[in-house]
Design a protein around this ligand. Structure first.
Ligand code: FBP
Length: 306
């Protein structure tokens, strides 16, 4: 596999990592249509766990089949495919070596009142299945946030020692956080920064709004003139909060919605310097041909062609 100078520069930001970890990051960064550009588009399919099968797959029934998602990520020329244990196991043999996989190590479900997730896989599973990375969600603000951070401390240590990359979904929720605060720009940047401090190689957050949640932080944003009025400015601020661009940060797609709205949002993420997007429902809930077209347009945006 050829590694471009751009990818080599990104890898050099991960100063303490072993050749194994860097090789797995390189596999993701060199895959698909964005291979070598330093940009990423990832397909995540853990919504069956988080929201249930019908809410996730009834809009496009072929998506009940785990192979559908491997194939979609591959055909669309994406960078990687992320899913929980059972989904990866169900296609790992047929698609071995064809698309980098990220084993989602913990999951929530809609039947629990807790803002917490169960650890449902191991680093040994990720190695057995040929994954490039482990994926883990933390819920900053929740009553269980510290336990989640301690879980990823141990899993990240084991993953890195095994040469696997670490992707952290940092989704503030629970505790005293307001609903609006979950995506407020100060909270989003804070959540992304904490994921960096926890040792994540790739950080995943939701696109931030212009809201400011914490009074103490809001004063600094105002007094210091931190620019957060456009999504591109807010994205740049999140990128800056990720060790000034030394860590890769990708932004999620959210609930399925109109194509132009989504593409315009992604253009602003790109303009703000996002590493890329991680788009689930907007992809697999559309009929396959439509999804391929949409993912093609998203990749084109990160290629600077759209
Ligand atoms: P989507 O593009 O479907 O939003 O996927 C991104 C994701 O992070 C999934 O990995 C996860 O299942 C889902 O969002 C969680 O969404 P929410 O936190 O809104 O329940």
């Amino acid at each position: 596999m050829r590694v471009t100078d751009t990818v080599r520069t990104i890898l050099s930001g991960y100063e303490s990592e072993t050749p194994g970890v860097k090789a797995n990051l390189a596999r993701i960064l060199m895959q698909g249509r964005l291979g070598g550009t330093g940009k990423l588009v990832i397909l995540p399919v853990d919504q069956g766990f988080e929201h249930g099968p019908a809410r996730s797959f009834a809009p496009n029934p072929p998506a009940y089949d785990p192979h559908y998602h491997f194939d979609l990520a591959l055909e669309a020329g994406l960078s990687a495919y992320a899913a929980p244990l059972g989904m990866i196991e169900a296609g790992a043999g047929s698609f071995a070596g064809q698309i980098p996989t990220i084993l989602k190590m913990n999951s929530a479900n809609s039947l629990s009142r807790l803002k917490d997730q169960a650890v449902t896989a191991s680093v040994a599973d990720a190695l057995r299945l040929g994954c490039s990375a482990i994926g883990f969600t933390i819920y900053p603000a929740s009553d269980d946030q510290f336990e989640m951070m301690e879980e990823i401390r141990d899993l990240a240590k084991e993953a890195k020692a095994s040469g696997l990359a670490v992707v952290v979904w940092s989704y503030p929720r629970g505790g005293d956080l307001s609903k609006e605060g979950e995506t407020a720009v100060d909270i989003c940047a804070y959540a992304a920064h904490m994921a960096c401090l926890l040792g994540a190689h790739i950080i995943k957050v939701k696109p931030p709004t212009a809201a400011l949640e914490l009074d103490a932080a809001a004063k600094v944003y105002r007094d210091r003139g931190v620019l957060v009025s456009t999504l591109a400015e807010r994205t740049a601020h999140v990128v800056q909060s990720c060790f000034n661009g030394r860590r890769m940060v990708v932004f999620s797609g959210g609930e399925a919605r109109d194509t132009e709205g989504l593409l315009n949002e992604i253009r602003q993420l790109r303009d703000g310097g996002a590493t890329g997007s991680i788009v689930g429902r907007n992809a697999f809930q559309r009929p396959r041909e439509e999804a391929l077209e949409l993912l093609g347009q998203i990749v084109d945006i990160y290629l600077g062609k759209a």
